[in-house]
Design a protein around this ligand. Sequence first.
Ligand code: ZN
Length: 450
Amino acid sequence: MLIIKRLKQHLPVTHLTAVIICTVIIALTAMLMPSQDAPASVLNATSTSAQPLPLKTSTADSTSTLSQQQIQQQPQQQAYPQSPDVWQDFTVRQGDTLTSIFKRAGLSSREAFLVSTAVKDTEALKRIYPGQTLSFVINDQQLYKLKHIRNQLNSSLIIASEQGYEVKEIEKQPDIQPRFIQGSIENSLFLDASRAGLSDRMIMELAAIFGWDIDFVLDLRQGDHFNLVYEERFLDNQKIGEGNILSAQFVNQGQSYTAIRYTDSQGNSRYYTPQGDSMRKAFLRSPVDFARISSSFKTRRKHPVLGLTRAHKGTDYAARTGTPIKASGDGKIIWRGKKGGYGNCVIVQHGGNITTLYAHMSNYRKGQKNGSRVQQGDVIGYVGQTGLASGPHLHYEFRVNGVHKNPQTVKLPHASPINKAERGHFFSVAEQSLAQLEAYKATQLASLSD
Ligand SMILES: [Zn+2]
């Protein structure tokens, strides 16, 4: 979608699904002002009575039942309009400004100016996209209310009052429910995890959590399995998205890894082993993203370039030309150029006399040079077949004191373990998370054996 820049008074506009917005906003308003004992006004979001409507008006749908109950509890806030609110929706078009939409709504450019001034330092009307909806309540050709829903959880309501325009930010809190998923690898992480019910985003997060221990490009095997508990977010009983992975296990070639999400007293969330070691390590197992490698591991294992090429002191990742290559750890580029059979090659110097080498690149990452500092995960170049290479692939080497190590098996030190002061709290969180995970696994097992 196109983001339209906000010009001072010429606010470009957008739109949304009218009905839901209307009911939601009114319901939200009701929740915002719960205290006064004033008699309930007979607001009706779906009313079509009152005035002639220049554009479509919201019509009833299934979401209105709940909202209307809430609407009836809404106290009369404003002294002036006593009639029921009639919401009119205007769709933001390409090239619209706040003024042009106000014009369509029958309002003056002066009013558009006053509103844009009133919302200046707020989130309201800050970014408006074509296709969104702005909803107005207009009484006697005067703007009474204007609402702009930015997303399912956040909206702004602008209300005319005797003091000018008031802006209310409305934030809905989703219900969060845990969800358990388990699966085993038959073809590839992507295929099998999505078959098990995980979204692409969750698969990427799962792989990121274990990416320091497991090389998802090369080391996945048939029979590997995983299970995890993650958050699902609901709004009015409708799933609106996913939250975080709370706990996860991955069994790779018989080796089991467990990760627990922990948020410390500073509010930082990280994944730890049940013993309190960070899942993060100084080096990623794989400098290419498994998701970029299209074939499944079964076929990849047979790939002639992949084969068992580790004997030649590096690991080869067959991948399409142009696939981004990431620095596996923090460090400094100490070589960036042609280097014999390696072709275009980057060498990164890390702490502890460790260097990593990336060969056969088609291109280097723009903006970096010899001496540049890079962080773990930074792209440093792109897969190619320069130098001695039978096909496009990344040749990756890991050396300690100049001696080659197998990057797949070299022991990597854990990054910072859990803070001493946090240990007590961490272990109680970890215990609960693990108990939850085990309980789900047991339930699943029981249902399978029924
Ligand atoms: Zn190689």
